[in-house]
Structure formats: C-alpha cells, structure tokens
Design a protein around this ligand. Structure first.
Ligand SMILES: *[C@@H]1O[C@H](CO)[C@@H](O)[C@H](O)[C@H]1NC(C)=O
Ligand SMILES: *[C@@H]1O[C@H](CO)[C@@H](O)[C@H](O)[C@H]1NC(C)=O
Ligand SMILES: *[C@@H]1O[C@H](CO)[C@@H](O)[C@H](O)[C@H]1NC(C)=O
Ligand SMILES: *[C@@H]1O[C@H](CO)[C@@H](O)[C@H](O)[C@H]1NC(C)=O
Ligand SMILES: *[C@@H]1O[C@H](CO)[C@@H](O)[C@H](O)[C@H]1NC(C)=O
Length: 326
C-alpha cells in the first residue's frame, strides 16, 4: 500500500526519474513476520545451457522494480539441492522484495565439475575451491542476471550495491570462506545453523560486515548435526560489529527444509527434528527473521527492531544477543 502523500511525492519526482533514469528501490515497510506482499516467480539457470558455474534457481518478485539481491548456499554438503529443500524459505524471502539466487554447489558434472576443470586448466594449477567457485557464480550473476530478469518480467532488476549472502549448515563453510577470500561488494551476511572450521583456530573477522548468526536447540543434540565450537556462537564470538545472534527452542536442523525433505529427515532420524505440528509456524518465523535482517541491512531501513526486540520474535527463544552500537 502506498499512502496518498507518498503518491504525490512520487508524482512530483517523476520528471526527475525520467531525466536521470533512476527508479526507486523496493523497500518492505510491513511486518516481516507476516507473509511478504509481492508475487514470486522462479526460473532455473543451468551449467550447460546458460554456462553458469553452477545450477541455480532464481526467485524474483514478478513486479517491476529495483531489488536487493541475495545468494544462498544450502547445507548437507550440497546433497540437498535448493529445489529439494529450500524452495519454501527462498521464495518467501523473495516476496519481501529480494531477488534470491539459490546455488546448488554440487556440480551436475560430478563433484569436481566442469568449472573446476576449466578454472584449473586456465591457471594451470589446482582446481577451484568451493569458495572460488561461489565467487565465480557471483561474478557470473553480476554480468548476466539482470538480462535474464528483464526477459522474465520487464522492469525487474537488481542493484548489485545491495548484495547479501546467506547459507545453511555446511553451506556456511563455503560462504564464510568466500567472505574471507574477498568480501568486496557483499553488504551483509546471515549464517543459519552454520558449520565451519574457518574461525575455530583463533582467527577473527576484523572488517565491518553486518552479520546474523542463527541456531536451533536440537541441532547440537544427538546425532549432532551441529558441532559446538564450529557453530553460530563461534562465528558470533569472532565477528566484528554489527552482529546479532538468535537461537530458538525446540527446533532442529532439518526444520528449515521443505516439508517432504523434513519428513525424510524426521523418519530416518538423520537429525533431531522439532514438532511436526510446528512446521508451518516455524517456516513463517524463519522467512520473517531472514527477511527482517536483509530488509534492515540492504533495503535501507536502518532499524534492527524486528531482530533485536525479543518480544517481536514470534517463537520460543533460547538465546539472544547482539552488538549493533559500532
Ligand atoms: C527447475 O528445475 C527443476 C528440476 O531441476 C524443475 O522441477 C522445475 O520445474 C524447474 N523450474 C522451472 C521454472 O523451469
Ligand atoms: C532475452 O530474450 C531475447 C529474445 O527472446 C533473447 O535473444 C536473449 O538471448 C534473451 N537473453 C537472456 C539472457 O535470456
Ligand atoms: C574481489 O571481488 C571484486 C568484485 O568481484 C573484484 O573486482 C576484485 O578484483 C576481487 N579482488 C581480488 C583480490 O580478487
Ligand atoms: C518491543 O516490541 C513490543 C511489541 O511489539 C513493544 O511493545 C515494545 O515497545 C518494543 N520495545 C522496544 C524497546 O522497542
Ligand atoms: C539486543 O541488545 C539489546 C541491548 O543490549 C537488548 O536489550 C536486546 O534484548 C538484545 N536483543 C537480542 C535479540 O539479543
């Protein structure tokens, strides 16, 4: 909804926009814990047809506008592809005004993959690490994504000045390595139930990059899908300001997954899961929580209210802390 006084402001600025070719950036001003207001569509990028470093699904608001952009890497060592496990989360975050690219880091051409072979033969040395491959994916997207988007829905584009990265589980080992390698152009990052060695030997992040660390109570219970000392607390402790941490009660590592994958995880006891009756409520919380962080850090709403005020968080909180006065 646009208030009348804003409509007139927009109209009087119209000439300015035409002259400069500027369009306003989308800002979600609603409560992020509610379902986002935009209609979302998606398309696939493939290694073979599009020459993208990795297969990816792009979720985008199908309404003309300039949007912030997010890249996502899933967990379980790439075994759970975006289209199997993360469609609910990624599409619902997109509805808050983000173009979201979920990247399948495991190559369709086997573990090594074409890109590794190509990159290796270019430099005549070792194959690219997953973090380097992810950087290549980001480079590829910077060059090509806007052309794909405008072909899908005229008037839809992303502003690369507003780039965020997020991850789940061991996917966070890849995004964290990438950030440590080269964080140029990344404006904020979220680690959802992360697993990474990168900061476990005393090293720390000394540059300023707004970050969110998230964990669940059952993740560190048997069969130990998260590991103490390589988890959200560890990254939080070794991160510079601003940062915020939240861990929720009675939830587990698979609860973030799409319902079919969640069920497989639940029945095989792959990880300890939360209550079956809670899946929908938890997903509504997760999409809101992730969106709240990126609305605050990328859409220009410099207000961490929905993250820092525990009374706003619509689910059981086990642990919460933050350091935002930098
Ligand atoms: C993307 O690919 C998946 C399978 O990899 C398929 O199920 C889905 O329908 C495709 N989506 C589109 C929009 O083509
Ligand atoms: C966009 O559409 C045009 C016309 O159909 C096509 O030639 C072009 O290859 C498309 N570009 C992308 C990036 O999909
Ligand atoms: C880091 O990434 C930026 C943006 O992709 C690129 O321009 C720059 O050359 C990279 N720096 C290094 C040291 O690789
Ligand atoms: C926290 O949120 C509650 C409910 O939305 C509100 O009543 C309260 O004033 C907020 N506190 C702060 C410090 O913003
Ligand atoms: C964030 O920090 C403020 C000030 O220390 C505190 O009042 C608030 O409860 C914290 N919120 C979370 C979610 O940690």
């Amino acid at each position: 909804m646009i208030a009348p006084h804003r409509v007139s402001a927009v109209l009087s600025l119209g000439v300015f926009f035409i002259l400069t070719g500027t369009t306003s950036h989308y800002v979600d001003e609603g409560n992020p814990y509610k379902t986002g207001p935009l209609p979302v569509e998606n398309f696939n990028l493939s290694e073979s047809e599009d020459d993208a470093p990795r297969h990816a699904i792009v979720y985008y608001p199908a309404r003309p506008g300039v949007y912030a952009v997010l890249l996502f890497v899933g967990g379980f060592d790439g075994a759970i592809r975006v289209e199997m496990g993360y469609t609910d989360l990624l599409s619902r975050v997109s509805a808050h005004g983000f173009v979201v690219m979920g990247v399948d880091m495991r190559s369709a051409h086997g573990t090594g993959g074409l890109t590794r072979v190509r990159a290796a033969s270019h430099r005549g040395n070792l194959p690219a690490s997953p973090a380097q491959t992810f950087l290549q994916q980001l480079d590829w997207a910077r060059k090509h994504l806007n052309a794909y988007l405008s072909n899908q829905t005229a008037g839809v584009s992303v502003d690369w000045e507003k780039t965020g990265i997020f991850c789940h589980s061991a996917g966070c080992a890849i995004t964290l390595d990438m950030i440590l390698l080269n964080h140029t152009g990344v404006k904020s990052t979220a680690f959802l139930e992360p697993f990474s060695f990168a900061l476990s030997r005393g090293s720390s992040v000394d540059f300023r990059l707004p970050a969110l660390m998230y964990g669940t109570q059952f993740c560190e219970d048997f069969p130990f899908c998260c590991v103490k000392g390589m988890d959200w607390n560890q990254i939080y402790d070794h991160w510079s300001c601003p940062k915020t941490l939240l861990a929720t009660k009675n939830q587990g590592h698979c609860d973030i997954l799409d319902h079919t994958m969640w069920e497989i995880c639940h029945t095989t006891h792959f990880c300890k899961t939360g209550d079956v009756d809670n899946w929908a409520e938890y997903h509504t919380f997760m999409q809101g929580f992730v969106s709240a962080f990126f609305i605050s850090t990328l859409q220009g709403v410099d207000d961490w209210r929905y993250l820092s005020n525990v009374t706003d968080i619509p689910i059981g909180v086990m642990n919460a802390k933050n350091d935002t006065n930098c």
